[in-house]
Design a protein around this ligand. Structure first.
Ligand code: 13P
Ligand code: SF4
Length: 301
């Protein structure tokens, strides 16, 4: 039996469900029951009534969200060191400081935050629903973190003032995309449609035909008539895009756009977490209760 077969056997025995983010390694995506974006996977986990264990192949904040939304299930993160650096950029102190400065402004946080921060906000959002979430708030000035690029994008789309907390939170992987690279790729593939993640810079968004979350990009690639795409997000998504769209071409806007934390999940680590039921992600109930409220308000929108 190879490792993949062993994982599938264990998964059955332990009534586990394997979730993989769109940026995971191809062999991990191929092992997963569901592949998706940061939050749709947590909802999937909640729908899996028979599952007793969730193996969340992704980074820390995603597994935490799954633990918050599925308190009765065991949530495993195959590599505990897989942490999103952008989520680490926002602290509870920073939120408290901003709240003091803008006492009337509600706090909306991207799900790429730690549970303790989610517990401090009024509502969460993902890049798939940030525009709708911000529109739903009865305020024109909103504290928003930690991604400054997403804040700028949503502010443009809604006309509302989004005050970034911290001042300059960013994703180190999406920062690598540069519009010059798109210009060169466009010369080689003039018919290609450019789609980018809202975590990219405003310069990248300006050269894009479509801006959307990872799940929205997957949907767009299927539904739009184009045959070729230049993709401005982490390289792992190409595996899914190619599998779901035979006959279409996908070119990464920058070959080095790799999130090292997303790649920490390997088949060996997945197997080891599953066999020993280790790397359990736990969020203390006092924190989870408040954070759950912020996530549920988002789902209500
Ligand atoms: P998505 O919600 O679009 O999957 O984004 C998560 C993320 O970490 C992007 O870098
Ligand atoms: Fe975090 Fe960026 Fe990696 Fe997404 S791609 S998990 S935002 S570091």
């Amino acid at each position: 039996m190879d490792l993949s077969d062993k994982i599938l056997k264990l998964k059955k025995e332990k009534k586990a469900v394997i979730l993989a983010h769109n940026y995971q390694r191809p062999e991990i995506q191929d092992m997963a029951d569901y592949i998706g974006d940061s939050i749709e996977l947590s909802r999937k986990a909640a729908e899996e009534k028979d599952a007793e264990m969730i193996v969340f192949s992704a980074v820390d904040f995603m597994a935490e969200s799954a633990a918050i939304l599925n308190p009765e299930k065991k949530v495993l993160l195959p590599c505990l060191g897989a942490r999103c650096p952008m989520a680490q950029m926002l602290t509870v102190d920073e939120i408290k400081r901003a709240k003091k400065q803008y006492p009337k402004a509600p706090v909306a946080l991207y799900v790429n935050t730690l549970a303790v921060c989610k517990a401090q906000c009024d509502i969460c959002c993902t890049s798939a629903n940030a525009v709708e979430v911000i529109k739903s708030l009865d305020a024109d000035t909103i504290l928003f973190g930690p991604d400054k690029n997403l804040a700028e994008y949503v502010s443009k789309k809604t006309g509302k003032t989004l005050i970034p907390i911290p001042e300059n939170g960013f994703c180190p992987t999406h920062l690598l995309f540069q519009p010059e690279d798109v210009t060169v790729l466009k010369m080689q593939h003039p018919d290609a449609t450019v789609m980018v993640h809202p975590e990219c810079s405003s310069e990248m968004r300006q050269v894009a035909d479509y801006v959307g979350s990872t799940s929205k990009m997957c949907r767009y690639a299927k539904e739009c008539g184009a045959k070729s795409f230049i993709v401005g997000t982490e390289e792992g998504i190409l595996h899914r895009l190619l599998r779901e769209n035979p006959g279409k071409n996908f070119y990464l806007a920058y070959e080095g756009a790799i999130c090292p934390n997303m790649k920490l999940t390997t088949l060996e680590r997945l197997y080891s977490a599953l066999i020993d039921e280790k790397n359990v992600v736990k969020v203390p109930e006092a924190v989870a209760k408040k954070a759950r409220g912020s996530l549920e308000r988002m789902f209500a929108v």
